[in-house]
Design a protein around this ligand. Structure first.
Ligand SMILES: [Mn+2]
Length: 289
């Protein structure tokens, strides 16, 4: 970053550098790589006996044409694209892209459904007010969503949060809004199936959006991401969370922050593709054999 343009008030410690979008990039190549790795996916879910392609009309409708020179215009383009998608009655499963995209998607989702519940799986709360002086970014989407009344805050859960922060209690703001915060320490060494039965009770029958940041998983499993944090969730726990969303009134899901250049094995994108398949397999009207 050009020292001339940096804001000294928001850029004074190594952790601020590490937490910002200037650390790692190439998240824009995530969807392309997830599509490549999704060639491995078959039609049925052997674990749950779900038959998504017998249950729903499923299509890859391609990318939203974003403006890489202008994040605000990008958000506008995403919001308008999702308005049209949602107007068809489609339940969008989105591949990211960085977590910024959850904000304009949720704007369109809330316009249709009203304030929604949120199952947010992530290493980070993504509730910063500003990052490097900017209101729009991948560290701020859920703060913006709350400000605009897009979330039903009593029906928000954040799972897997961890890592160094900007203050001793990084999740205080979340709790003040009424979110349930499940730091990763509460997830270590255990099945998350019991947690998810509590989450289903919290979400009730209202509309729910599922936002899954691949960095929720341990970087040993998913190193190809922008802001890795050690001691994360296992892929098994990720699957338990998604399967635990079965029965919820899901109105949209995303899988974000896959950065292919940081994982030359392709395994992060493969994991992302499988998690998206698991999401598909818990959508309303799913047929299970
Ligand atoms: Mn995130």
């Amino acid at each position: 970053m050009d020292p001339e343009t940096r804001d000294p008030g928001t850029y004074h410690s190594p952790s601020r550098i590490l937490g910002s979008i200037i650390y790692r990039n190439s998240i824009r190549f995530g969807p392309r790589q997830i599509r490549v790795e999704s060639a491995m996916l078959r039609a049925y879910n052997s674990g749950t006996r779900a038959a998504p392609y017998e249950s729903l009309v499923v299509a890859d409708i391609g990318d939203v044409n974003v403006n890489v020179y202008d994040l605000k215009d990008t958000c506008k383009r995403i919001r308008e694209a999702y308005r049209k998608i949602l107007a068809t009655g489609c339940i969008p499963l989105t591949m990211g892209g960085d977590h910024t995209i959850a904000y304009p998607i949720l704007q369109a989702v809330a316009e249709k459904h009203g304030p929604v519940g949120l199952v947010h799986v992530d290493a980070h709360a993504d509730t910063s007010d500003v990052v490097l002086g900017e209101k729009i970014g991948h560290g701020t989407p859920f703060r913006r969503c709350v400000e605009e009344g897009l979330l039903d805050c009593q029906r928000v859960v954040q799972i897997g949060l961890r890592g160094s922060g900007y203050s001793a209690d990084s999740y205080e703001w979340s709790r003040e809004q009424g979110f349930r915060v499940v730091p990763v320490e509460e997830c270590w060494f255990k099945s998350l199936t019991p947690l998810m039965s509590e989450v289903r009770a919290q979400m009730g029958s209202g509309p729910v959006y599922l936002s899954f940041d691949i960095d929720a998983l341990d970087p040993g499993f998913a190193p190809g991401t922008g802001t890795p944090e050690i001691a994360g969730l296992t892929p098994i726990q990720g699957v338990e969370i998604i399967r635990g969303c079965r029965g919820l009134n899901l109105v949209g899901c995303d899988l974000v922050e896959v950065s292919p250049p940081y994982d030359p094995t392709g395994n992060t994108a493969l994991t992302g593709a499988n998690l998206l398949f698991e999401m598909l397999c818990v959508l309303p009207k799913m047929k299970y054999y």
